[in-house]
Design a protein around this ligand. Structure first.
Ligand code: C2E
Ligand code: MG
Ligand code: MG
Ligand code: MG
Length: 287
């Protein structure tokens, strides 16, 4: 009986795998089409300078509205795009779109907004990433220092010498590099200093319980002092409350992003938000 049940479960389980495989390959095809038909969108989440309350940057985040299934989150479609290497043209697309947007904003007088784009490990290791980005930036006539690249610690782990060389080239072009989700990987202080990184982004898992969890607070403080030693800036991710923003500011964290300041939003909403914050950013934080 038990054996029979085991078999049955195995069948069900393998059916689940098959369904999942099928769904993934269907999504992959749909994603191909979406890229070709220009159905992908970019949302921008503001990055705030805690001292002034002003928007000094944004993170560009990819959005996909599937024709039948509706919105599908990046946590679902990015892994599929990575596996199929479709992330390479998709990544190139979002860099192009972001540079176009930076240009449009600066032409409209919205200056001083630095926009960060996420780069997957697969894309980071693709041939001539730096050359590709350099050409895209030049084609929009923007300054390279208006574009930031976010990579996770996992990128640093494989072939560190190769990665350092690519980063050095990106720095030479004038781009800045941020380490995303910092604290969830295994980078040490000694290891980190070998890469030309300008920004550490404190992962939101350490921000969430900042008010109650002394360990998380300690980790956030350690990242802030580590960044100071290495001459890097710090961005706290996932800030959802005024109390969290206050604690982070008190420990010397310069920048923050999160629902408390604004969710990722389309470009029009971002523009409204930027105008409001330029006018009374400091007041918004104090209140
Ligand atoms: P990430 O780069 O760490 O981006 C931050 C994620 O946290 C975003 O999720 C954002 O919406 C979410 N977030 C921001 N503030 C808060 C907050 O206060 N609370 C909570 N709970 N969440 C917050 P999103 O847009 O769903 O993206 C998820 C991940 O997908 C990103 O994590 C990034 O790793 C990846 N991703 C998104 N767009 C791209 C892209 O264009 N290229 C690549 N390679 N990856 C991307
Ligand atoms: Mg990111
Ligand atoms: Mg992150
Ligand atoms: Mg992430």
């Amino acid at each position: 009986k038990a054996k029979e049940m085991g078999k049955r479960q195995l069948v069900l389980f393998s059916e689940d795998i098959e369904t999942d495989k099928l769904e993934r390959s269907q999504l992959e095809l749909a994603l191909h089409a979406a890229l070709a038909r220009k159905e992908l969108r970019v949302h921008y989440q503001p990055k705030i300078e805690l001292g002034s309350g002003r928007i000094v940057g944004a993170e560009a985040l990819m959005r996909w509205n599937h024709p039948d299934k509706g919105p599908i989150g990046p946590d679902r479609f990015i892994p599929i795009a990575e596996e199929s290497r479709l992330i390479i043209p998709m990544g190139r697309w979002i860099i192009d779109e972001t540079c176009r947007q930076i240009r449009e904003w600066s032409d409209a007088g919205m200056r001083g907004i630095k926009v960060a784009v996420n780069i997957s490990a697969v894309q980071f290791r693709s041939p001539d990433l730096a050359g590709d980005i350099e050409r895209i930036v030049a084609s929009h006539g923007i300054s390279p220092d208006q574009l930031e690249l976010e990579v996770t610690e996992s990128v640093l782990m494989e072939d560190p010498a190769g990665v350092a060389a690519i980063m050095a080239r990106l720095r030479l072009i004038g781009l800045t590099i941020a380490i995303d989700d910092f604290g969830t990987g295994y980078s040490s202080l000694a290891y980190l200093k070998t890469f030309p990184v300008s920004v550490l982004k404190i992962d939101r898992t350490f921000v969430r319980d900042l008010e109650t969890d002394t360990n998380d607070k300690g980790i956030a403080e350690a990242i802030v002092s580590m960044a100071a030693v290495l001459g890097m800036r710090v961005v706290a991710e996932g800030v959802e409350t005024a109390a969290q923003a206050g604690i982070l500011q008190a420990m010397g964290c310069g920048l923050a992003q999160g629902y408390f300041f604004g969710k990722p939003m389309d470009k029009t909403l971002f523009e409204d938000h930027w105008r409001d914050r330029q006018a009374d950013g400091a007041l918004a934080i104090a209140g």
